[in-house]
Design a protein around this ligand. Structure first.
Ligand code: NAP
Length: 495
């Protein structure tokens, strides 16, 4: 399929080399890797394929730059973040098209991600000048406590393909605001958005070495030595739970401080008193945003038995009407999955559920032709043993089951090793609080199908990980607290 002039222009505008120490350079040995459009299966670009030497050079650059960046005036750091924000804002449409070409989601959704991603830069540009320690008088009156909050040091960031820009900026924003430097490794399927971001930071006046971007086909072998390198002081990983577990093991070598934003299995609870219109709209957003390829995607719908049938029919009507196609085309609401492996996994999960007795209300099959499309699907009467209730689906499939009581809803919701987010639809405030306090997830959407917000702490519990990104909590991840015990003050008075 021939690329349009706009598509060619945005792809050709991206520098496809490694960004190390403020320089663009080829991989040692000159290897490259192809980037594919998942809507067509065609190669759209070729980027550098970093070796271990390149990764090491990137860490050396981040380590060197930390010596000066940590002492740059907070206002100057804030201004650079703000300039990057303004540049992204001005180029949002071309960045959205670029993102759609490498990741597949409709351009309108890519534009939504650009805004969300950029909000982290604005939020943390505003926080950069408000990093405070504290000063207190000892309880005896003699002695003082002073705390300093200092940048932790050079960081490693590993990001997934499903949100190619936002999963980077929510780490880069707070890191740069606090005076940390970083090496970023985006997913091999979607390196272009991160390379475009590096160009924007370069234009915004970020000193060389503060942000380094390496793209690679063999993540495991190039990242493992860095994770075990004592120059690194912090790693933040967003990706799957199995890879996260492996990285936690590697990080033990240097007792590295890590944040883990891992997989999810979000329950979506609809109680009998819910506003069903709102619940269906919320379900559509929680399930179909990003084509279901989000860690926050509603993975299973638990609906009170008295409203389950109506909810299922209404959701199926909405989901069945969604227009599927290449995300660059007008009116498209659902793009392709990222690759054939992901599509096969989704197909297997649906086939397993149907084989065990689930009813297909809409969808349930691959879409023939080029690209990795799968029909938006709603399954009713999904039996407890179906794999897709316990595994992360990561696709446009909504399985519906029922419950009879609040206690059963809570027990079903918590019956997973994951704990990222849950969604609750009820109009009863007492019930809402009882359920909120009982759910084992780091985030909850109450009568809304989306929780992402640059000013709020995003993160999970259980095997969905630890650490928070966004809001003031996101800044804390990049600061060490140093306590000074001060022998000053008057002699204690009798207590
Ligand atoms: P993934 O396979 O775990 O990959 C994530 C990143 O880790 C990619 O950059 C990947 O590189 C890299 N990687 C893979 N193996 C590695 C290794 N041994 N050492 C170092 N790096 C390694 O996950 P994904 O399929 O890209 O993303 C989907 C997953 O991310 C889902 O489970 C989703 O729930 C999760 N996610 C979580 C959040 C959250 O905030 N909790 C947000 C978004 C996504 P290459 O791909 O280049 O090899």
């Amino acid at each position: 399929m021939a690329a349009t002039a706009d598509e060619t222009r945005v792809v050709e505008g991206v520098k496809t080399q490694l960004f190390i120490g403020g320089q663009w350079r080829d991989a040692t040995g000159g290897a490259t890797l192809d980037v594919e459009d998942p809507a067509t299966g065609e190669t759209i670009a070729t980027v550098a394929d970093a070796t271990h030497e390149d990764a090491d050079a990137a860490l050396a650059a981040a380590t060197e730059a930390f010596k000066t960046w940590r002492n740059v005036a907070p206002r100057e750091r804030a201004d650079i973040l703000r300039r990057a924000y303004d540049l992204i804002h001005a180029r949002a449409e071309e960045l959205a098209l670029l993102m759609t070409l490498e990741m597949g989601k409709p351009v309108a959704e890519s534009l939504g991600e650009i805004t969300y991603a950029n909000n982290f830069l604005r939020w943390y540009s505003e926080e950069a000048v408000r990093i405070n320690g504290r000063f207190t008088v000892n309880e005896t009156g003699k002695g003082r406590v002073l705390t300093l909050r200092q940048p932790i040091g050079p960081c490693l960031f590993i990001t997934p393909w499903n949100f190619p820009l936002a999963m980077g900026t929510r780490k880069i924003g707070p890191a740069l605001a606090t005076g940390c430097t970083c090496v970023v490794k985006p997913a091999k399927q979607t390196p272009l958005s991160m390379l475009a971001l590096a160009q924007i930071f370069e234009e915004a006046g970020l000193p060389g070495g503060v942000l380094n971007v390496i793209t690679a086909s063999s993540s495991g072998s190039i990242m493992a030595p860095l994770i075990e390198d004592p120059r690194v002081r912090k790693m933040s990983f967003t990706g799957s739970t199995p890879v996260g577990k492996e990285l936690i093991k590697q990080s033990a070598e240097q007792v590295l401080k890590v944040s883990m934003e891992l997989g999810g299995n979000a329950p979506f609870l609809v109680f009998e008193d819910a506003d069903l219109d709102a619940a269906v709209e919320g379900a559509l957003l929680a399930k179909m945003r990003n084509g279901g390829e989000a860690c926050t995607s509603a993975n299973r719908f638990h609906v009170h038995e008295s409203v389950a049938s109506e909810f299922a029919d209404r959701l199926a009507a909405k989901i069945g009407a969604l227009k599927v196609g290449r995300g660059t085309e007008d009116g498209i609401q659902v793009g392709p999955l990222i690759d054939e492996a992901q599509r096969s996994k989704v197909a297997e999960l649906v086939d397993d559920a149907v084989g065990k007795g689930a009813r297909v209300l809409t969808g349930g099959a691959r879409v023939d032709g080029a690209g990795y499309f799968y029909e938006p699907t709603v399954l009713a009467d999904v039996p407890d043993g179906a794999d897709l209730l316990s595994e992360e689906i990561f696709g446009p499939v909504a399985p519906i089951t029922t419950f009879a009581s609040d206690e059963e809803a809570i027990a079903r919701a918590n019956d997973t090793e994951y704990g990222l987010v849950s969604y609750i639809f009820t109009t009863d405030l007492n019930r809402a609080f009882k359920v909120i306090e009982s759910l084992e997830t780091g985030m909850i959407g109450l009568n809304q199908g989306m929780v992402s917000n640059a000013g709020a702490p995003f993160g999970g519990v259980k095997q969905s990980g630890f650490g928070r990104e966004g809001g003031p909590e996101g800044l804390d991840e990049y600061l060490e607290t140093k306590y000074v015990a001060m022998n000053v003050g008057t002699e204690p008075t009798a207590l």
